[in-house]
Design a protein around this ligand. Structure first.
Ligand SMILES: C=C(O[C@H]1C=CC=C(C(=O)O)[C@@H]1O)C(=O)O
Length: 422
């Protein structure tokens, strides 16, 4: 069911001003910030808080309704921007459920305050519904956020043994020819004696996983290495990941493992489905495309992935959000063929993925923006409880026990950020 769209969107007044470099962005988020958001990589990106306006959407129309609402906002807004960089000016951050049937739906949120930095240029954007230009807030680093006190870690919808059996069933379906690939995910519930401070997680994730995109949108927090798409001035790029090997911590051994990953026929097959799904979904929007023939190995502190950077030149004015809707769900998080994989996920996982594995990111008034896939993440279900998610691509040659180990490795970033180990 789709929620009715508001009849009139508020007229926003937006101002972006250049500021001296404010240092670490996460530490600028106040302890009592309402709706903190972030999008950070290698120290650049933005943080924000407060709500100028927002929309929640539902169902199959969750992307289209959000897009329509955003166009109305853009039409009515007055923007004065001193800075012309991606992320400056009027932006909305958002995240969308993996499945149309999920109650999580979608959210687009225009923060009242955004502080950004890119290539050494920093800015603050203030957005309000008042008629006059909003004043620039005083920025100061807040106190150091407290670590949560994790008291319990339990399995979510399935025990390890049940999940391993479900993966075995998926392998059986693939071997019987019903489909080629499916991504099976599991969840883990973390309870803390104290409230979980999103700033504590963002600090840990952005320090420990600098080459990922560290995000926080509406209680969904994580550090994804996978960029569903970036649209910037007519060019669209995507970083496709699929195929994984765990790191050992021994650099020499890890290099040998990276070489074996690059030769593994099981992982190359898994990767090829993901690349093809992205390239096929992108091509109707592009006049030309570059799809590399073989992947490279992306090194992260916990795992290594097969990775391919796909690029295209857009031949139509389609926003980054609409592109995200047409690329989602790629075979990196769903499978091949898409519909068969989606149905098998609903049958075997026995959980609502919520916004895990859906698009998460931001867009601006021109439709440019960045949408990652919400991986290596957790959703705050209450102030002191988080549900973490991780999944693995399954093909005919997959072994359920080793997929369980791989999913554990993918949970490491969030578990470490929460202070409850690897
Ligand atoms: C589904 C996840 O990862 C995807 C992205 C990279 C590698 C993957 C894999 O090797 O299975 C998955 O396709 C996850 O982290 O939950």
């Amino acid at each position: 069911m789709t929620m009715p769209l508001p009849q009139t969107e508020p007229a926003l007044v937006v101002r972006s001003m250049r500021i001296p470099d404010p240092g670490d962005l996460v530490s600028l988020i106040p302890a009592d910030a309402e709706a903190p958001v972030s999008w950070l990589r290698e120290g650049d990106g933005f943080v924000g808080w407060g709500t100028a306006t927002a929309i929640q959407t539902q169902g199959t129309a969750r992307f289209a309704d959000a897009e329509q609402w955003w166009r109305g906002i853009v039409r009515q807004s007055v923007v004065r921007a001193e800075v012309d960089l991606p992320g400056a000016g009027l932006i909305a951050v958002g995240s969308f459920a993996f499945a149309a049937a999920s109650d999580a739906g979608g959210v687009l949120h225009v923060p009242a305050i955004v502080i950004g930095r890119r290539n050494g240029v920093a800015w603050v954007t203030t957005t309000s519904t008042a008629a006059e230009l909003p004043s620039t807030p005083k920025l100061q680093s807040g106190e150091i956020p407290q670590a949560p006190k994790v008291s319990e870690v339990t399995h979510g919808s399935l025990t390890d043994a049940e999940w391993t059996a479900a993966v075995g069933a998926a392998v059986g379906r693939i071997q019987s020819g019903a489909l080629d690939k499916v991504v099976m995910a599991r969840d883990v519930v973390i309870r803390s004696e104290t409230d979980i401070d999103p700033r504590y997680l963002l600090r840990n994730l952005s320090d420990s996983y600098p080459n990922t995109w560290t995000y926080s949108v509406d209680g969904l927090i994580g550090a994804t290495p996978e960029m569903l798409l970036r649209r910037q001035k007519g060019l669209v790029t995507s970083r496709v990941l699929a195929g994984t090997i765990r790191r050992t911590g021994d650099d020499e051994h890890d290099l040998a493992l990276a070489a074996s990953l690059a030769r593994s026929s099981k992982d190359l097959e898994e990767h090829e489905y993901a690349v093809r799904s992205v390239a096929d979904a992108m091509s109707p929007h592009c006049s030309s495309m570059n799809v590399p023939e073989s992947p490279f190995v992306l090194h992260l502190p916990n795992v290594m992935h097969l990775a391919t950077d796909v690029a295209g030149v857009l031949h139509e004015d389609v926003s980054s959000l609409t592109l995200a809707a047409s690329l989602h769900p790629s075979a990196a998080v769903c499978g091949t063929p898409t519909l068969a994989a989606r149905d098998l996920i609903a049958e075997l996982e026995q959980m609502d993925r919520g916004r895990y594995a859906g698009p998460v990111g931001w867009l601006d008034a021109a439709g440019d923006g960045e949408w990652g896939i919400a991986l290596r993440c957790g959703e705050l279900e209450t102030p002191s409880q988080m549900r973490l998610f991780a999944g693995c691509g399954i093909v005919a040659g997959s072994e359920p026990e080793s997929e369980l180990g791989e999913s554990d490795a993918k949970l490491v970033p969030m578990r470490q950020a929460l202070g409850c180990g690897a």
